[in-house]
Write a protein of this length. Structure first.
Length: 134
């Protein structure tokens, strides 16, 4: 008797996320004036212990890819910060800028015998350092 793997959809979606990330242009190509992006992720979960916070510091050689997988191993969701990054970088250029916001995980988690909507929330803070406009 062959047992089916309930985690396969999550792995497939995460594998797709990694493939798209590997094909993304470098930050220096997408946003040539960006010297550094710092992305702080603070998670909450009303139904379980919250995952640990994360900090990502990205430099011009890093891929311009701003989707982060849900930190729960049994979830197939992710948080897309691309609109927030674009909003922050579309603002009038100043040497530094900050943007904060809230998102909910868009995925499903395997829970016992069924899939349930993920209950993880994200509070993020993005800080940019830009090259001089001159």
């Amino acid at each position: 008797m062959k047992l089916s793997s309930r985690k396969q959809p999550a792995l497939t979606r995460r594998q797709q996320l990694l493939r798209v990330r590997s094909q993304a242009a470098a930050i220096r190509s997408a946003f040539p004036y960006v010297e550094r992006l710092q992305i702080e992720l603070f998670f909450s979960d009303a139904h379980a212990r919250a995952p640990s916070p994360q900090v990502h510091t990205l430099y011009p050689a890093a891929p311009a890819f701003f989707r982060f997988a849900c930190p729960c191993a049994d979830c197939d969701g992710f948080f897309d910060l691309t609109p927030a990054i674009k909003e922050l970088l579309a603002a009038p250029r100043q040497p530094e800028g900050t943007l904060s916001g809230l998102l909910r995980c868009d995925g499903k988690r395997f829970h016992r015998s069924s899939d349930v909507v993920c209950s993880v929330g994200l509070e993020f803070r993005i800080t940019t350092s830009l090259a001089d406009a001159a």
